[in-house]
Design a protein around this ligand. Structure first.
Ligand SMILES: O=C(O)CCC(=O)C(=O)O
Length: 324
C-alpha cells in the first residue's frame, strides 16, 4: 500500500491527508487487546491494594476507563499513568511494535519521506476520556515539542483512531494550508498542561476530520491541529506515530548518555528523551530494528538513561494573559 499521487499532492498542499482502511479489523484487534490487557492488570493490582473498589469487568475497552474515572477518579488516574507512562508513550510491547512496523502504514509513510525510514521517538497512545481536561489537546504544531533545528525537516504524524473518531467524541481539527506559515509561537501551560498556540494567532479555516477506525490521518510537523471535548460516554482511543526520513536528525545510532547539557543542541535528535528506531534502511539494513524484543530493549535503555533535552524557550501562557 502507498499513497496515490493525488493523496501526496493533498498532503503537500494542505498539510494533511486522510487515508481510509490502512489497518484491518484484525490489525486493530491486536493493539486493542493489548491495551485492554494492560487495563485489566492495572485494575487487578489496584483492587488487590485496596485502591479500587469496582473492577468494572463487564465494561468494554471503549467504556471501562471512562467508568472507572467517573466513579473512582484517583484510581483512574493511576491506571492511566501505569498503563501508558510518558503521556502515552510508555507501552513498547509486541502489539505496539506491530503497529509501528505495519506494512501498509510504512508503505504510505514511504510515499512521503522516501525509502529510508526512521521511527520518531515520540509515539503516543491516547484515551480521550469523556469530560477529562487532559484529554483535550489545544492548538499546536508537533514541531512545538521538537528541537528547533528540526523545524525544516519533515516528520510525518500518523494519527490513528482505534474507535471511529467523530465530532461528538473529539475528532481532530486541522487548518488546511497553515503548515506553510512556519512555526507559530507556542506557550507552555496551555489547556490540560499542553503547549498551546492561542487561537487568535492562527489563520481561520479550521475543519474537523472525522476518521473511521482503520483509517489514518497523515499530517506534517507544521500542521496546526487540536482536539476538543469528548461529549460521549465512550473513550476515544487513538494512537499517534511519527516517522522521518534519512536526512532528519535522529538518535537511532547514539548512546543516550551522550545527551548532556554540555552538548551543542544543533547536534541533537529531534526529540532526545526517547529512542528513535530505524524501521527500514535499504542502504544500511544492519541498522534496522527487526524484532519486538530489540525494540523494547532500545526503548528501555533510553528510559533508564534519561537523556537531556533543552527547552525551546516558549513563554508561559499566563504571561501572555497578564500582558493582554
Ligand atoms: O489525539 C489527540 O487528541 C491529539 C493528538 C495530537 O495532538 C498529536 O497527535 O499530535
Amino acid at each position: 500500500m502507498h499513497l496515490t499521487a493525488a493523496e501526496i499532492a493533498a498532503f503537500n498542499g494542505n498539510g494533511y491527508v486522510v487515508k481510509p482502511d490502512v489497518f484491518s479489523e484484525a490489525d486493530l484487534r491486536a493493539i486493542r487487546t493489548a491495551i485492554a490487557a494492560m487495563i485489566e492488570s492495572a485494575v487487578r493490582e489496584l483492587h488487590a491494594a485496596g485502591e479500587l473498589q469496582h473492577l468494572q469487568s463487564d465494561a468494554s475497552l471503549e467504556t471501562r476507563l471512562a467508568r472507572i474515572m467517573a466513579a473512582e477518579p484517583e484510581a483512574g488516574r493511576q491506571i492511566y499513568a501505569r498503563l501508558l507512562g510518558k503521556g502515552g508513550g510508555g507501552y513498547r510491547g509486541p502489539a505496539m511494535f506491530a503497529m509501528l512496523t505495519h506494512p501498509g502504514l510504512i508503505g504510505c509513510v514511504e510515499s512521503l519521506v522516501g525509502r529510508e525510514i526512521v521511527g520518531s521517538s515520540v509515539y503516543r497512545i491516547r484515551p480521550k476520556l469523556p469530560g477529562w481536561a487532559h484529554g483535550e489537546v489545544p492548538w499546536h504544531q508537533d514541531s512545538g515539542y521538537l528541537m528547533a533545528h528540526c523545524d525544516r525537516h519533515l516528520i510525518v504524524t500518523c494519527w490513528i483512531p482505534l474507535v471511529d473518531a467523530t465530532l461528538e467524541n473529539g475528532c481532530l481539527y486541522v487548518i488546511p494550508g497553515a503548515h506553510r506559515t512556519g512555526v507559530f509561537r507556542h506557550y507552555t501551560g496551555g489547556h490540560g498542561g499542553f503547549l498551546e498556540i492561542p487561537a487568535k494567532d492562527l489563520p481561520p479555516g479550521a475543519i474537523p476530520l472525522e476518521v473511521k477506525a482503520g483509517g489514518v490521518l497523515f499530517m506534517t510537523n507544521l500542521t496546526p491541529h487540536a482536539s476538543f471535548e469528548n461529549r460521549t460516554d465512550i473513550v476515544r482511543w487513538s494512537m499517534d506515530l511519527r516517522y522521518q526520513g534519512a536526512e532528519a536528525p535522529t538518535n537511532a545510532d547514539e548512546a543516550p548518555e551522550t545527551y548532556t547539557p554540555e552538548r551543542d543542541p544543533v547536534t541533537m535528535a529531534c526529540y532526545p528523551p526517547e529512542a528513535d528506531f530505524v524501521i527500514r534502511s535499504p542502504s544500511h539494513p544492519e541498522r534496522e530494528v527487526r524484532t519486538a524484543t530489540q525494540f523494547e530493549a532500545l526503548r528501555d535503555r533510553y528510559d533508564r538513561a534519561q537523556p537531556y533535552m533543552p527547552g525551546r524557550g516558549w513563554t508561559p501562557l499566563r504571561e501572555l494573559q497578564i500582558a493582554d
